[in-house]
Design a protein around this ligand. Sequence first.
Ligand SMILES: [Zn+2]
Length: 372
Amino acid sequence: MSIMSSKGITLTKDLLNRAPKVLLHDHLDGGLRPETIIDLANQTNFELPERDPGRLTKWFHEGATRGSLSEYLKGFRVTIGVMQTEEALYRVAYEMMEDMYKDGVAYVETRFSPLFHTEQGLNYDQIIETVLRGLRDGARAFNVRFGLIICAMRNLPPSGSVKMAECAVRYREQGVVGFDLAGDELGHPPKDHLDAFYYIQRNNFFITIHSGEAFGKESIWQALQFCGTHRIGHGTRLKDDMMESDDKIVEMGNLSRYVLDRRVPLEICLSSNLHTTSMRSLHYHPFPLFFKNGFRVTLNTDNRLMSNTTQTNEFFVAAKEFALTLDDVEKLTLNAMKSAFISFQERLDLIYNVIKPGFAELRAGIESAVSE
Ligand SMILES: [Zn+2]
């Protein structure tokens, strides 16, 4: 399958795979390989809903596509259930880096919550150190760079969020790059967790918050103005703060103007949104509205296992649905790189030594193929 872009370059999956990509919103516990889940479950006698890799994949995907975030989150009981030992955490982190390499991702920020991995007696430091070890070894083996984001959970007590914030800051020199608040938005406003966010802010560290995914623009406003977030996870409901006509904004509220003017990055996850909301098709997704009107939009996988996707596939889906060009793909990648939580110098290094040369090489390859 391929798509003809307006410039006549066909954005095939192969081409998009070869483009150097940046992924900012990916859950470590949402991207396990089905074979690994089965192996790990066998080692620990963990009860699985299916024991065949194909059927297990289908089980995750069907749970994810019931159109409800609560249903979607059920799959995590299984993935988290098998990630309770150092061996399992290391393996999942290491394999994630290999999967990024195969997906053509140059830089990834993956995230998880240590709160969920203590069932067999591991403490938070052991959990984080093990995951970082897996990521570092994977980075060396596959030449993919990474940052780790520590998640707090909005549906758990705020005292746990403070512990997670402290963990994030404690490991900032070892590969942790930021702090996130995840989980079901409904009934769990981010401002319940202010102590954790203030701790991060006082330590001059970085925040991204899942907001405006299942719940309205109020959640985005709180994340920005109460919690001091630097990026918005999803943010699709920002659309409620603007009036549009044919993907042109005709009127904007203060909130969307703030997001646009302050260049607040939006971590858009197309497949995931399609699966967790009542959106009937991507045709109704605000991605093109945000992108065409200059918002700092990025494309992300969210949960590769549950949504049965890759970063290559997210670009392919976007290219197909919204007629993206290769220039658009590069723009979205640069948006993501500019919005990463690693240092300014590292971001520049990736932009000028990996991303721009990578896209130039792709274009040169296409032109020489055309002139032959
Ligand atoms: Zn997410």
